[in-house]
Design a binder for this molecule. Sequence first.
Ligand code: NCD
Length: 303
Amino acid sequence: MRSLIDIAELSLSEIDSLLNTANDIIENPAKYAEKCKGKKLATLFFEPSTRTRLSFEAAMYELGGNVLGFSEAQSSSSAKGESVADTAKTVSCYADIIAMRHPKEGAPLVASMNATVPVINAGDGGHNHPTQTLADLLTIKREKGGFDNLTVGFCGDLKFGRTVHSLITALRRYNNVKFIFISPNELRVPEYIRESLKQDNFEVFETTDLEAVMADLDVLYMTRVQRERFFNEEEYLRLKDSYILTPEKLETAKQSLSVMHPLPRVNEISVAIDSDPRACYFKQVLNGKYMRMALILMLLEVK
Ligand code: NCD
């Protein structure tokens, strides 16, 4: 039995096979409509979510399975003081697979060590978000044809943005990927990630100036400033409008650029960009559902 806590747990060939399954689901949805008949997914969400939770639920329904769970910590026994370990043991009695989001880094890992069914990390604090990365990878694959030789700009809150951390982990395994990190000084990519990239001889290019690097980018991954992870509101208010992508700022960008965002968006991408063919963020949402379907099939070992 296998869980998915960190995207690095998947080999490149497993990622490839998930991408292929997702593409096959897109082309032949009827083939998959009963694959998880009689199976149950539990969504244990201790933190707010629209996309990730509904995406997991839609994924399980489209596989013919059922869903149970909760969407806020207050309505679960954790409000009474139950540990994540006990919740995981309990839910294992009801469900065949668990998707868990938690504000504490490492909580889904603890759950996976105590559950008797697979656990999927649906976002743990400011740490990781592997299934958003699967959505991002399918989007990049479909837009760009592959991952090698891409110049990828990450912009915004690179410190607390867990989707950024997981996507870097995934992309660094492909050939000749260049990373450009665009953030205010206070929200730089965590040092452990920068150091490990440097150790592996990646050129790590950091800047505070989005427009200065715009023309170089094949992918621009925008992110929201993660208000809920700040220790003080003043600091958030000072940093929240650091980057706002507008049509003017895209003038120097490549025609082939893919603008991505894990969503939710606050104001960091102007809605005027939504109709630009380079905008990919709503495609990411749809791709996320297909990749979660592929992942559920893999972890439940459904043929
Ligand atoms: C992201 C998350 O929860 O980390 N949202 C998502 O799952 N698509 C990004 C965010 O909240 O900013």
